[in-house]
Design a protein around this ligand. Structure first.
Ligand SMILES: [Zn+2]
Length: 77
């Protein structure tokens, strides 16, 4: 597992930025685009990107705020 994956404990995310203050804030996005859920086509175009903010607590009671950029895909197939 990568160092970034170790930070948040969620595999498959690419870390863009980390800010440490009282807690930790992490900006991340999915590492690779998945194939289409319906037809398995890898030929997906990013239609829009949604922002999600998740409060994530790791072991050790340290609260982490995770800013996720979740792409919305449009299938070409
Ligand atoms: Zn499809």
């Amino acid at each position: 597992m990568s160092h970034a994956g170790t930070i948040i404990g969620i595999p498959g995310l690419e870390i863009e930025r980390v800010k440490r203050s009282r807690g930790i804030e992490v900006w991340a996005r999915p590492y690779r685009r998945p194939p289409c859920k319906h037809c398995q086509s890898p030929d997906l175009r990013i239609k829009a990107t949604h922002k999600r903010t998740v409060k994530h607590t790791r072991q050790g009671n340290q609260v982490m705020i995770l800013h996720l950029r979740v792409p919305k895909y449009h299938c070409q197939g």
